[in-house]
Design a protein around this ligand. Structure first.
Ligand code: SAM
Length: 343
């Protein structure tokens, strides 16, 4: 990969950040694209990157590392220009960003991809559970694939405002109020009788600082929401197993009488190897073939459509067995900021 391609990848990341409202992080990516050089170990490692900088989310690895060190109080010079402080003079910002690259504590952050767990996706998934509860009139057993720290597995513990329809406990640690378009979701009570998740590398919810480093620092509401959701998870955890999603689904997902078995995933399927994806689809079809009205199976997915352009929004889709009917329920912002309900 040429140095020009690496700098271009930082500029591309800046465009995506700006589109998602991450103005500061976009400016940081553009600044890094300019100031990276081989005078520091960090700069040399980035500019000599042998993999695909886009697929490896290289810019977000470095931005996450800088944010992690800023949050830990280790880069006070740069921190002085971080949100919520007003953005400083561009030349000054570039000088401080360049100086920060001299910090070798950034190197381990380049070793692994950004780890995220976006709790506002619960505002997309929860109406999906309401649609499943309305269709099956049974309590739900939840199985999450690619669960990260697992905070979306506790989605029934959060409070929602879906265009005036209030759902969930009054005293919830997390309150989500997406910009709702279209008709309301089905007004069905969601009762969860089991929950368990899997992730290739589960994130320890007790290590909040690590996950918080990957939340763009200008998104102050997201930082607050994630902190609250992680604290609630630590107080009342769900089991997140370490492993491959297909191995785990084959070992754990089967139907039982008296409850709807719900397999769900959000912005995770695209990261699974193709063989894992195929095995999950095959296993659900096989289990679905044995589903009955008193032992149904649901697969709820908030994911990018395979053939979608980068500008397209992810969709919420539901397949219900017996029958295997497929429904497009919603389109939504990738971080759950808005939901267009199509139900
Ligand atoms: C972008 S994160 C999304 C996390 C979470 N679903 C959310 O919406 O916040 C994707 C997750 O998929 C996990 N993952 C990737 N490959 C996997 C696999 N083969 N099996 C299980 N999890 C996997 C990653 O470790 C990561 O935590």
């Amino acid at each position: 990969m040429s140095e020009g391609n690496i700098r271009a990848a930082f500029a591309t990341q800046a465009t995506w950040c700006r589109r998602l409202g991450g103005t500061f992080t976009a400016d940081l990516c553009m600044t890094l694209a300019r100031v990276l050089d081989r005078s520091t170990a960090v700069g040399a490692r980035v500019l000599d990157w042998s993999g695909d900088p886009i697929a490896d989310a290289l810019a977000l690895r470095l931005v996450g590392g800088l944010n992690g060190l800023v949050r830990a109080g280790s880069l006070p010079e740069l921190a002085a220009l971080y949100p919520p402080q007003p953005v400083g003079d561009t030349a000054d910002f570039a000088r401080r960003a360049a100086a920060a690259l001299d910090d070798k504590r950034l190197l381990p952050w380049l070793d692994s991809p950004p780890q995220t767990n976006e709790v506002a996706r619960s505002a997309v998934l929860m109406p999906g559970l309401m649609a499943i509860a309305a269709a099956t009139v049974l309590p739900l057993r939840l199985f999450e694939l690619g669960a990260s720290a697992g905070i979306n597995l506790r989605l029934d513990h959060y409070r929602y405002d879906f265009n005036g329809m209030k759902v969930g406990p009054n005293e919830a640690p997390v309150v989500l109020h997406p910009d709702w378009r279209g008709p309301p979701p089905p007004d069905a009570k969601v009762v969860v009788v089991g929950r368990r998740g899997v992730d290739l590398i589960p994130v320890d919810a007790r290590d909040a600082d690590h996950l918080l480093a990957y939340v763009w620092p200008e998104q102050i509401d997201r930082v607050a929401r994630l902190s609250a959701a992680l604290a609630a998870f630590v107080a009342d955890p769900a089991t997140i197993d370490a492993g491959d999603a297909a191995d785990w689904a084959e070992a754990n997902v089967t139907v039982v009488e008296g409850a709807t078995t719900v397999v769900f995933h959000s912005i995770a399927f695209q990261y699974f190897p193709v063989a894992t994806q195929a095995r999950i689809v095959a296993h659900l079809a096989a289990v679905g073939a044995s589903a009955t009205a008193v032992a149904p199976l649901a697969c709820l997915r908030f994911e990018m459509d395979a053939a979608a352009s980068v500008a397209a929004l992810p969709t919420l889709r539901l397949t219900l067995w017996p029958g295997g009917e497929d429904r497009l329920l919603a389109r939504a912002h990738p971080h759950g900021a808005n939901v267009e309900w199509l139900g």
